[in-house]
Design a protein around this ligand. Structure first.
Ligand code: IMP
Ligand code: ZN
Length: 354
């Protein structure tokens, strides 16, 4: 449709995306190219994305990732997907992106976990060379489905890349189906990651009844929380969990459309953004999986503003705060903040009347 003034404001707003899973972020256009490369798989776009108005269960969402993984299974695929995703975030006005992905080995295409990560790093470097206007960093994901042994291996891989990637690899993400495996078993791997200097972004209380696990993981503590949907007492969490998060000022990555479409939140207006934002807690709007959930970060800011009645200044503060919550080293944070300051007048001030 036609772009309105409001659309333009959110597109031009400089943004930092801190919670984006690579294979969940594949756009319709890229998906078409992947499907054309592998016609024998008989995959249709409806099997990899939830269009507007539709909802799925969390389980169905994890099924979708399996389908996407069939389409993205070679070095060539990963290079293309990463470059496309980076370019799309840049086009959406994202100036800083922390991309995350689970290293995968694929016997069929001879892909190893090391090559998987190297290929993503190569794609990030190529995007920089092509002068795509965005700074990208990488978080290595641990899929809890694969258990503690693989988690420990993944941490070692992340440590190696942290030291050899010129600062592109900054941390570790714990994700995957929250119904599978107890997060407690991940503790040794997560502790090791933390001690070696990897930042920790952990999916936490994404589903109900994970109080004990969340309590244990919050004691690490993580550097950021993904979702945290069921932490607060109004939805079955507890004051002690909220206290831990607030006292340690652990930023929360909030993904509105993702949580509505995978039905962990009943509707946009009941999203826990409100709970944390009203407390003045650091909240970061993110997309989670812009491909699967058919959204982009501009749209997520626009939705949050309209549903929670945020004015342009409040929206600006939110995107500015995201830089502070990032894992970027201090000099890069300062550089990004200068960028935000330069752009502020043209984004916030209306053009003079003719
Ligand atoms: P990948 O790590 O790049 O392959 O991205 C897809 C993976 O991200 C999935 O297989 C999950 O492990 C993880 N993921 C994506 N969205 C979610 C979510 O909402 N909750 C938990 N894990 C997720
Ligand atoms: Zn996620």
């Amino acid at each position: 449709g036609m772009e309105t003034d409001a659309d333009t404001f959110y597109r031009h707003l400089p943004k930092a995306e801190l919670h984006a899973h690579l294979n969940g972020s594949v756009s319709f256009a890229t998906m078409k190219k992947l499907i054309a490369r592998k016609p024998h798989l008989n995959i249709e776009h409806s099997m990899t994305a939830i269009s507007s108005g539709q909802r799925r269960t969390l389980e169905e969402c994890f099924q979708m990732f399996k389908v996407i993984h069939q389409l993205v299974d070679s070095e060539e695929d990963i290079l293309m997907v990463t470059k496309d995703v980076v370019r799309e975030f840049a086009t959406d006005g994202v100036k800083y992106l922390e991309l995350r992905s689970t290293p995968r080995e694929e016997a069929k295409s001879g892909l190893s976990k090391t090559r998987y990560v190297e290929t993503i790093i190569e794609a990030i470097r190529q995007s920089k060379q092509d002068e795509v206007d965005i700074d990208v960093r990488f978080l290595v994901s641990v899929d809890r489905r694969n258990g503690p042994r693989v988690a420990m291996e993944t941490v070692k891989l992340a440590e190696d890349f942290m030291l050899s990637s010129d600062g592109l690899v900054l941390g570790l993400d714990l994700s995957g189906d929250p119904a599978v495996c107890n997060g407690k078993d991940m503790l040794p791997a997560l502790q090791r990651a933390r001690n070696s200097g990897l930042k920790l972004a952990l999916h936490l209380s994404e589903v109900p009844s994970q109080k004990e696990e969340s309590e244990i993981l919050l004691n690490l503590p993580p550097d950021r929380i993904g979702h945290g949907t069921f932490l607060h007492p109004e939805v079955g969490g507890s004051d002690s969990l909220v206290d831990k998060v607030c006292k340690q000022k652990i930023p929360i990555e909030l993904c509105l459309t993702s949580n509505v479409k995978d039905q962990t939140v009943p509707s946009y207006d009941k999203h826990h953004f409100q709970y944390w934002y009203d407390r003045g807690h650091p909240c970061v709007l993110c997309t989670d999986d812009k491909g699967v959930f058919c959204t982009d970060l501009s749209q997520e800011y626009q939705l949050a503003a309209s549903i929670f009645a945020l004015g342009p200044e409040a929206v600006w503060d939110l995107s500015h705060q995201a830089v502070q919550c990032s894992f970027a080293p201090e000099p890069l944070k300062q550089q990004l903040k200068r960028r935000w300051a330069e752009l502020r007048p043209q984004v916030l001030q209306p053009p003079p009347l003719q």
